[in-house]
Design a protein around this ligand. Sequence first.
Ligand code: ARG
Length: 452
Amino acid sequence: MWKGRFSQDTSSLVQQFGESISTDWRLYAHDIAGSIAHARAQKIAGLLTEEEFLSIENGLLAIREEITAGTFEFRSSLEDIHMNIEAELTRRIGPAGAKLHTARSRNDQVATDTRLFCREAADLLDRAIRLLQQALLERADRYAATILPGYTHLQRGQPVTVGHHFLAYIEMLERDRGRVRDCRARLNICPLGSGALAGSTINLDREAIARELGFDGITHNSMDAIADRDYIAEMLFAMSLCGVHLSRLSEDLILWCTAEFSFATLADAHTTGSSLMPQKKNPDVCELSRGKTGRLVGNLINLLVALKGLPLTYNRDLQEDKPPLFDSFDTLSMILAVNSEMVAALEMNVPSCARAAADPMLLATDLADYLVKKGVPFRHAHELVGKAVAAALSSGTALDQLDLAAIDPAFAADAKDVFSLERAMAARTNTGSPSPLNVQNEISRWQKMLEN
Ligand code: ARG
């Protein structure tokens, strides 16, 4: 493509080192869409005849079909997807193909293709995240009223419900979808026309090209347009954080499925056995989701580090943007799909949850609240209940079996009523708290929001 200036062929080791076709072939449909829009603008500008445009368009569509069918032969000597397509087009249709690159550079081409890829990825992720939210919501609904201990510091804290717990993840995932949507809105602008870095003396209708490609607008600085990859970094961050959320879900499920917790059981289809220990049922999907999240975070760091020292504008380092982007998209898509399936089939062990939730210590805070309602300042109430807890522990008596009045006369006979879990849950009525009514309302709200 640059043979005019060179008297030597590229070393084959350099070709091997520099090729990106093994990765960026995935951009072919976007690259071809961009080329057709570009060619149409060339035709309107009088640079191509109608026949030349049609032979370019038909040639590109034929190449697209062959790539989709897997019959197209890529050549790593042609480095990347842009040159593979253009060279083959020119081979097939002759001089018209050689006109296509007028007023264009691979620099604005690759920036366009990756934006189109990110846009499509954003739409697919939005849907995949919603499917997982729906699976979680269905489980939240099924176990809306199943009470279990909520934890801080991985120590039993206060009672919550399984419904409330799953709704927490639905909230996180909704923000993940919002972040992906935000990226999409920011990235959906067209760099074509930026050329190598300084536009072109041949001015095509950039707005028309952008419209044809479904962009919301065009970039306004040719140097920025081809040099920055912030939109990929944003996508990588949004995907990392979604992975981090699911890694935490994984950790919850791993704990819940231990004999020690035994709050939940994963379906056989979503677990693995041990080749040595016949009794084992391992939560590999959760562990892999947690483990693969390391890759998502690594991919983000990978790109940020690649960008940080680059002078404007294009530097070949930027070719390294695509492996992390594709890997994070593939990895997160898989995590979302497999978790949707696994969560949908997850069963809670209701009696185990009930046994753990029956620990009266979970209501120690409620007991302090009881004193507050009798007029005791909270700090003093906290201390009195602390004494009761200490007495329970040292005497081996359950907190709800203690003679509380002996600790302080502020505890009246009705103090025992505090230990009704049902009452305790029903009393948590503020928005965001897990009263059964609130959880039901939240479930209905989400059912409406997650409708297609
Ligand atoms: N393969 C290159 C990439 O992915 C395409 C752009 C090449 N531009 C250049 N001036 N060498 O970044």
